[in-house]
Write a protein that binds this ligand. Structure first.
Ligand SMILES: [Zn+2]
Length: 141
């Protein structure tokens, strides 16, 4: 299996906690304490009820493929990583996140496929959240 490059994401003020958590193998979600909405992307104001009463919660790491495409011509560092899967994964908590599905033959990916979170370290104090079929994890000891 060709591993996908893991370029460091652009950083903004205020997202340090989020990216630091990724280096610890945790995907943080922002949850509204007023109405319960899980907020993605993480931001301090609830898009549903405009409350600023929000807090971090750990994602379970489970999800399903909502939509995907197989990239067959990559650019830059991704040129030699093709084919690879670019996808939206719907987290168990509800949000749909832009990501990659890795550790499998791209031809085996399907909409509704159960996937689980994996992290690819960028080497620069962050890790990218990606997903692999849950069946891959079940084969490991
Ligand atoms: Zn709310």
């Amino acid at each position: 299996v060709i591993s996908l490059p893991a370029p460091p994401p652009p950083r903004d003020d205020g997202d340090e906690e989020f990216w630091t958590a990724t280096t610890e193998g945790r995907l943080l979600l922002r949850r509204c304490d007023a109405c319960g909405t899980v907020i993605w992307y993480p931001r301090p104001i609830c898009p549903s009820c405009h409350s600023t009463d929000t807090s971090w919660t750990d994602a379970s790491g489970m999800g399903t493929v909502y939509s995907f495409t197989v990239v067959r011509r990559g650019v830059g560092r991704f040129a030699t990583a093709v084919p690879y899967v670019f996808a939206y994964v719907e987290l168990a908590e509800g949000p749909r996140v832009m990501t990659n599905v890795v550790d499998c033959d791209p031809e085996t990916v399907y909409i509704g496929m159960p996937v689980e979170l994996v992290f690819h370290d960028t080497g620069e104090r962050s890790a990218l959240y990606r997903f692999r079929p849950t069946s891959v994890g079940q084969q490991l000891p």
